[in-house]
Design a protein around this ligand. Structure first.
Ligand SMILES: Nc1ncnc2c1ncn2[C@@H]1O[C@H](COP(=O)(O)OP(=O)(O)O)[C@@H](O)[C@H]1O
Ligand SMILES: C=C(OP(=O)(O)O)C(=O)O
Ligand SMILES: [Ca+2]
Ligand SMILES: [Mn+2]
Length: 662
């Protein structure tokens, strides 16, 4: 089997079908026995038989001249493939040596023919030229946009800890890191970003200089080129066709390639043909640590963003979420420049086209609540809000799996099947059945699946302007009401605050909830000052008449330890009432301290839980806890009191007054 120069594939052409003569049995009249009547296998050797098992896909490149339009340049498939390899070679080029690596397409284990090589010279970085070394003599094999099946085989064959689970998913281990490492994130500070980005107290952007970035970039590129093969994914971000971003992910693991295949938007074969040069490139050398003698490095992990070069380098962590959230940070820079608001939110749409956004920090319910069997899923985590409405940035979802059950979350349960990456879960050695309650590896077990694995996904993942903006907080103090209707100023106050409080973790004896304030419900990802995003949100909500809501998906009847988490079915009923508009029509009363408007009734939810004071038996502790949380909010907001939000000073004053009052 071989690809000829025209990109056409030939297999066994001209081989006689009838090598061995078939033993002739007498033809039966009544055809009772069918089992010997099938035609013989079209192979003469075992190898040939095995090669038959894998059907050649239709060439992704349409026959020349059959497509491409009047203005398409006359370019041969061979030329196109060569250009693609040159582009990848340029991506992987060392910037201190003269040329890009010799790259060749395909699996080194299956290489039989003379490889087609691309070798690129470039001189755009001034460094002393080092003469020929061994690295310039070797090939780097490129596994380019492999299919999930091919990636499964690569993972299972070469990556320890990769297994097929009984539901068909690919179980993988992310290594020592099972969550993101925000303290190891660095952003290049240059003349442009110095003025544009948010730096200093509270900001997620820890600076590094251009030179140090190049040191780490070279380290990653050299590591990747030292391998037999690397995976390259060329994909898209953002379903809004006018604001689509082309991304290239170069990685060393099939796990990473499949993860991004699922999480980014998958190009059609035609789109891939015309992909050209990426807008942004990730070099994921996660297995390889950074060098702690390097300036700015405080651990062996480094996630480095260089906006001018449109590149990100990952060293020392294999947690795949780092790539998707890294790109999210890039979108938080690129989109506001186009007057588009980037949102750390889930998003879904009702049958009547009513769109809801679900903001919230990790673990508050974005994925769970946006995945709703009665509504169309636009996306579970990252969106844009432009003049045209909302669009998902991603092509997949990344759901937490801890304690996942078919009964409570059937759509997520059913999405865990062939093609899905299952990170860090524990399964039965023999049956390969996953035990979702097992936290032996981590509590942050995850499933990454393409969005179309959710039956009612909205494809393409775009929708009209939101009608409801739901802020989710998992309040482990148990004092925030299950649902409150917010004024615009209150929505902005809570958006900028970005509160959640989760239980501290699994360590014994840790009973106190930990309050977290993360501006815009995503301080780890925003690049500009929070008030920039807040002003855009206020403007859009005002213009399109969206209603803000605060929903506590956390504790009720006491803090963590004495109370209980609000039952998911109740939260779903609350969300249903928001979507249907029925919650706008009921009676409200105002709470003390936070001044929140709470409904006196919600269909399907016991009325007594709607005001948290009713659910606490110890009213004194309730009041103390409420004041304590109010104090934490006030203290957190101090850093924002000197900032003006939007053009309107009146709104700024209203926002400051919309917080807790006592
Ligand atoms: N009342 C509730 N509302 C939302 N989620 C809940 C609730 N009770 C328990 N959960 C659980 O909390 C987790 C929420 O996580 P997830 O939806 O992944 O959050 P996010 O996407 O915001 O990180 C899920 O595991 C979900 O089953
Ligand atoms: C992937 C993540 O998002 P979330 O927990 O919000 O789903 C993350 O924070 O690493
Ligand atoms: Ca074409
Ligand atoms: Mn999520």
């Amino acid at each position: 089997m071989a690809a000829n120069g025209n990109g056409e594939f030939s297999f066994g052409k001209g081989t006689a079908r009838n090598g061995l003569s078939k033993i002739q049995t007498q033809k039966r009249n009544n055809e009772i026995c069918h089992d010997d009547s099938a035609p013989p296998v079209k192979a003469q050797t075992i190898d040939e038989l095995h090669s038959l098992q894998k059907k050649r896909s239709a060439p992704t490149t349409p026959i020349k001249g059959s497509q491409g339009g009047a203005f398409a340049p006359p370019i041969s498939d061979e030329e196109r493939q060569k250009q693609q390899l040159q582009s990848i070679s340029a991506s992987l080029a060392s910037l201190t040596r003269e040329t890009g690596p010799k790259v060749v397409r395909g699996d080194p284990a299956r290489q039989s023919e003379t490889p087609r090589v691309a070798h690129v010279s470039h001189h755009h970085f001034t460094c002393p030229t080092i003469s020929v070394s061994d690295s310039s003599l070797k090939f780097t094999h490129i596994l380019y946009n492999l299919s999930p099946a091919e990636l499964y085989e690569q993972a299972i064959q070469y990556e320890k800890g990769s297994f097929i689970t009984s539901n068909g998913a690919l179980a993988t281990l992310s290594g020592a890191k099972t969550g993101r490492s925000p303290r190891d994130k660095r952003v290049v500070k240059d003349e442009t970003t110095e003025d544009e980005l948010w730096w200093g107290k509270g900001s997620p952007n820890i600076e590094m200089d251009e030179h140090t970035f190049m040191v780490n970039r070279e380290r990653a590129v050299d590591y990747l080129n030292s391998l037999d093969k690397v995976f390259v994914n060329d994909q898209f971000l953002n379903w809004d066709p006018e604001n689509r971003i082309k991304v290239r992910i170069v990685s060393a693991r099939a796990y990473h390639s499949l993860f991004m295949h699922n999480m980014c938007i998958r190009p059609t074969p035609e789109e891939l043909e015309d992909f050209g040069t990426p807008d942004f490139t990730i070099y994921n050398a996660g297995q390889f640590p950074c060098n702690r003698y390097t300036h700015y490095m405080t651990s062996s992990t480094s996630i480095d963003l260089n906006l001018a070069r449109r590149e990100m380098v990952i060293l020392g962590t294999q947690y795949a979420g780092e790539m998707k959230k890294g790109l999210f940070g890039v979108m938080h820079y690129l989109m506001p420049r186009r007057h588009i608001l980037s949102l750390h939110s889930g998003c879904n749409m009702g049958k009547d086209g009513d769109v809801a956004l679900f903001f919230g920090l990790s673990g508050t319910g974005k994925t769970t609540l946006s995945t709703d069997h009665n509504r169309y899923l636009i996306g579970d985590d990252e969106h844009c809000w432009s003049e045209n409405g909302v669009s998902n940035i991603e092509g997949g979802c990344y759901a937490k799996c801890i304690d996942l059950s078919r009964e409570k979350e059937p759509d997520i349960w059913n999405a865990i099947k062939f093609g899905t990456v299952l990170e860090n879960v524990v399964f039965d050695e023999h049956t390969r059945e996953v035990d979702y309650s097992d936290k032996s590896v981590t509590e942050n077990t995850r499933a990454a699946y393409p969005i179309e694995y959710i039956p009612n996904a909205k494809l393409p993942c775009v929708g009209p302007h939101p009608k409801n903006v739901i802020l989710l907080a998992c309040d482990a103090f148990g004092v925030l009401p299950p649902v409150s209707k917010l004024s615009l100023a209150q929505t902005m106050y809570h958006f900028i605050s970005g509160y959640t409080a989760l239980v501290a973790g699994t360590e014994e004896g840790v009973k106190e909830p930990q309050a977290t304030f993360s501006a815009c419900f995503g301080a780890a990802f925003i690049m500009l000052h929070p008030t920039k995003y807040a002003a855009m949100l206020a403007e859009k909500m005002q213009k399109h008449g969206a209603t803000g809501w605060l929903v506590n998906t956390g504790w009720s009847g006491g803090s963590y330890g004495s109370g209980n988490r609000i039952k998911l079915p109740y939260t779903r009923k609350i969300i249903d009432a928001i979507h249907s508009g029925s919650l706008l029509k009921v009676n409200y009363k105002k709470t003390e301290v936070f001044g929140l408007e709470i409904p006196t009734e919600v269909e399907g939810v016991p009325s007594e839980i709607l005001d948290p004071v009713n659910t606490w038996s110890d009213k004194k502790t309730y009041k103390e806890t409420l004041l304590k949380l109010g104090g934490l909010f006030k203290r957190n907001f101090e850093t924002f009191t000197n900032y003006k939000i939007g053009k309107d000073n009146k709104l700024t004053e209203e926002i400051l007054a919309a917080g807790p009052n006592f």
